[in-house]
Ligand binder design. Structure first.
Ligand code: SF4
Ligand code: ZN
Length: 220
């Protein structure tokens, strides 16, 4: 994931940041190949050390090291930094986003996600605002098959992992969890409410098993 994806940035609007602008105008060096290779190596070491210095500022007060942030930067991110297209503020925002991402990867809610919302693909989620969304930061968890903490309970019957018992005949209510979540010997009752970090909503148009109640209005 590049810094743009992590921060949700689609195009750069930042002015060039001239932390190392002296390097951008550096004239081509002359000399033999060994000298050039040696000089390139020194430049690269110097540049890495400058980047780590900038990242040390960006990581101040955060539970992440400059080396870990550097590791998360894509080659094109580092190239952007080299060209002065990424400011210290952006690096700091990237470092904060990485820390937050780690928390979320563990299925934990970031402290400022205090509102209940609904993602079309993830179901009930915690966000920093309430309402309905077509995609959300928890979608990364969904795609990576990681748990999503829930602000409310759900019905198994509304979940894509609910497999209704079909034999010897289709049961009107009982089914099993394809994700192996704990269930009674007889199975899960589709209308029972439960807290589940593995719940994923069935696409509405294919959920014909039960009549659905009218959806409550929520603000955006
Ligand atoms: S994942 Fe959770 S909500 Fe979905 S069927 Fe299994 S137990 Fe029920
Ligand atoms: Zn989502």
């Amino acid at each position: 994931m590049s810094w743009r994806e992590t921060l949700g940035v689609t195009s750069s609007t930042e002015p060039p940041y001239t932390h190392n602008s002296q390097n951008t105008q550096k004239p081509a060096e002359t000399g033999n190949c060994a000298d050039s290779a040696d000089s390139a190596y020194r430049d690269s070491k110097e540049e890495t050390s400058k980047l780590l210095e900038a990242l040390a500022d960006a990581c101040r007060g955060l539970d992440i090291t400059p080396a870990e942030v550097k590791e998360a930067l894509a080659a094109e991110d580092i190239e952007d930094w080299r060209k002065g297209a990424i400011s210290v503020d952006t690096l700091a925002a990237f470092a904060r986003a990485l820390v937050q991402r780690r928390v979320m990867d563990q299925g934990k809610r970031p402290g400022h996600y205090t509102e209940q919302a609904t993602c079309k693909h993830c179901g009930p989620i915690w966000l920093w605002f309430s309402g309905e969304v077509l995609g959300c930061p928890w979608c990364w968890n969904r795609v990576a098959d990681k748990p999503i903490p829930r602000p409310s309970s759900v019905h198994c019957g509304d979940c894509i992992h609910f497999e209704r018992i079909q034999s010897p005949h289709r049961h009107p209510h009982l089914g099993h969890c394809a994700k192996g979540e704990p269930e009674a010997i007889a199975g899960l009752w589709d209308t029972d409410r439960r807290y589940c970090e593995r719940f994923l909503p069935r696409p509405q148009q294919t959920n014909n098993d039960q009549p659905r109640p009218a959806r409550a209005e929520t603000k955006m």
